[in-house]
Ligand binder design. Sequence first.
Ligand SMILES: [Zn+2]
Length: 57
Amino acid sequence: MTAQKLVCSSMKVTITNDVGRVIMPCPGCGETIVRSARARKLAIKYKCEKCGFTGPN
Ligand SMILES: [Zn+2]
């Protein structure tokens, strides 16, 4: 896996070195969703850019 720029889907910030980040497939379309630790902690909703799926987790 090559180093890539990871942008939090909730907060639109680059979190390449964010320890608590989560990378997961979108439940709707499988697109990669990245969430920062801060977004998780604050339970900020994310939205999939591809299919528009939103969710808290
Ligand atoms: Zn999606």
